[in-house]
Design a binder for this molecule. Structure first.
Ligand code: FE
Ligand code: FE
Ligand code: MG
Length: 168
């Protein structure tokens, strides 16, 4: 990394790289959870759910790019092997073993809520101490908040539809 660029950072850069690598692992696992979820989804409102899952998968992959670019800029190395994702992750991975749309939505809402907490912590860690990382993390957090809302709105529609069907 550029010497002046690194000199303005007021946190432990190695600790920051570790936290970013943990978030990087989360992004790859989130990407795959959405991507494979969109392939296997079954049940009512499947088309709408699949479209949202695919959009989110693309966003998570973009986040992985943003985080890894910053890790490299800081002089670190992004995780090189997928088996490290499991060791480093904050939010884990929920395999869509039951592909029913409601279960997929629940799993992914849980993932987004974990992602929001992860990036909130990264914002607190970098606030007033690393403006560049703070800005990147803020952009990602904005997307994760939107993701949670999108999925909860779909869940609400799903439940409304199911309850109306039962009353018929
Ligand atoms: Fe993300
Ligand atoms: Fe997300
Ligand atoms: Mg969305």
């Amino acid at each position: 990394m550029g010497t002046r660029g690194i000199s303005i950072i007021k946190v432990d850069v190695n600790e920051l790289i570790k936290l970013l690598n943990k978030a990087f692992a989360d992004e790859w696992l989130a990407y795959y959870q959405y991507w494979i979820g969109a392939k296997v989804a079954r049940g009512p409102m499947k088309e709408a759910v699949i479209a949202e899952l695919n959009q989110h998968a693309a966003d998570e992959l973009r986040h992985a790019t943003m985080v890894s670019d910053r890790i490299i800029q800081l002089g670190g190395t992004p995780i090189l092997s997928p088996e490290e994702w499991y060791k480093m992750t904050n939010c884990g991975y929920d395999a869509p073993k039951d592909p029913y749309v409601k279960i997929l939505l629940e799993q992914n809402i849980k993932g987004e809520q974990c992602a929001i907490s992860t990036y909130e912590k990264l914002l607190e860690f970098t606030k007033d101490k690393d403006f560049v990382t703070f800005n990147i993390v803020q952009q990602i957090l904005q997307d994760e908040v939107e993701h949670e809302e999108d999925l909860q709105a779909l869940m609400e529609d799903f439940e409304l539809m199911v309850s109306r069907e039962i009353k018929k």
